[in-house]
Design a protein around this ligand. Structure first.
Ligand SMILES: Nc1ncnc2c1ncn2[C@@H]1O[C@H](COP(=O)(O)OP(=O)(O)O)[C@@H](O)[C@H]1O
Ligand SMILES: [Mg+2]
Length: 356
């Protein structure tokens, strides 16, 4: 997918702007608070998802305006297409002149991967962040996965509510048997999806990370099941944890407690990696995600990178600028020295909401 032109009207601090990006790397450059991230955010909205910065659409409209209009001309599915988004009281999208029923229909039309400094949490934070990330990516590829997650969580909630009474009424164990069976049935399917995702990360991450780190380090991913390695172990572990779980009123094993660990040179990135390594690892995950989406859905996402340059050394910066192959990249930065290594692409200077 290639964005050929974007027009922005009354969006955030941008009254009116038009960009004709390069099909390679596009650097959006300027001082702080000029509107660089706003441009990435406007592109992101074409994926049909909410902004990563706000859940309130009203905040997206330029203060003092009634509505915001974003238009994009893209080459995708082998032809030129135009998408318009209007944000007023609601958000609506029009593709090639035809209005969509819901924003979620854009997901099949437009695909973007976003990296913002918050995504460092993917490496640095606890397992929940990585689980949520994996679940988001998997459900964007396989819509059925969300229903599976709901089924699983319902079974866990049911087990937890029985556990409350089980402390006194031990004869309720027959109910626990049933709910635990359901937890293992749904949970095992979740684990299969997640392990497959992990295998894909293992397949794509090393080459990206090697490029980023100049071949000096290697990266890997490992899925860690809290419930054990087989469905039989899982059901056994649930049964064995009834007593402690009934005290804590929580189910202590299962996919909702699993993790996938990112390893750099064989050791946990979360525990031991430097800031620069974490940043590289988080970027690597996102770029690998774009490869996975391409492999499974056939869509080649655009890559949006917000403020990634500052903490990377020169060779990592050069990789980001020039070696994300076959993808259109949009990248913001403040420091002109960060973009000296740009070989092919365009630079857009943003000042006070205007693209100069
Ligand atoms: N709805 C809005 N209307 C007008 N200005 C806004 C709106 N939302 C954000 N801004 C302004 O946009 C600017 C930040 O833009 P941003 O793209 O985040 O900057 P940066 O160039 O540092 O990435 C701030 O000055 C902020 O006040
Ligand atoms: Mg910014």
């Amino acid at each position: 997918m290639i964005v050929k032109k974007i027009k922005i009207k009354n969006f955030r601090n941008i009254e009116s702007a038009e960009l004709k990006p390069s099909k390679r790397t596009n650097v959006i450059y300027g001082s702080n608070a000029q509107g660089k991230t706003n441009i990435l955010e406007s592109l992101w909205l074409f994926s049909g998802l909410r902004s990563w910065r706000t859940s309130k659409d009203a905040e997206l409209i330029k203060i003092g305006s009634e509505k915001s209009v974003l238009s994009i001309w893209v080459f995708t599915e082998g032809r030129n297409q135009k998408i318009d988004i209007t944000i007023d009281k609601n958000r609506t999208a029009v593709v090639n002149g035809i209005e969509l029923n819901s924003m979620s229909e854009l997901a099949g039309k437009f695909s973007a991967i976003m990296f913002s400094p918050d995504d460092l949490g993917l490496i640095s934070n606890g397992p929940m962040e990585r689980r949520n990330y994996a679940d988001r990516v998997i459900s964007s590829i396989y819509p059925k996965y969300s229903a599976l997650m709901q089924r699983y969580h319902r079974a866990v909630e049911q087990r937890n509510s029985v556990l409350k009474d089980y402390r006194i009424h031990k004869d309720l164990d027959f109910l626990l048997d049933d709910f635990e069976k359901e937890i293992v049935r749904a949970g095992n399917d979740i684990i299969i999806y997640r392990k497959r995702f992990c295998e894909k990360l293992k397949q794509y991450c090393p080459a990206i990370y090697e490029g980023l780190s100049n071949g000096k380090e290697n990266i890997s991913a490992e899925y860690i099941s809290s419930g054990g390695n087989t469905p039989e172990e899982f059901i056994e572990n649930l049964k064995n944890s009834r007593e402690t779980d009934s005290i804590n009123l929580a189910t202590s094993v299962g996919p909702h407690r699993d993790d996938f660990e990112i390893l750099i040179d064989g050791i946990s990135a979360r525990k031991f990696a430097s800031q620069g390594q974490r940043r590289s690892a988080a970027i690597t995950l996102k770029l690998a995600e774009s490869k996975i989406i391409e492999e499974i859905t056939g869509n080649v996402p655009i890559i949006l990178l917000d403020d990634v340059m500052s903490e990377l050394d020169k060779s990592r910066q050069k990789y980001i600028l020039n070696h994300i192959k076959g993808r259109q990249v949009f990248i913001t930065c403040c420091d002109p020295s960060n973009i000296e290594g740009l070989v092919a692409g365009k630079v857009f200077n943003v000042e006070k909401g205007k693209v100069l």
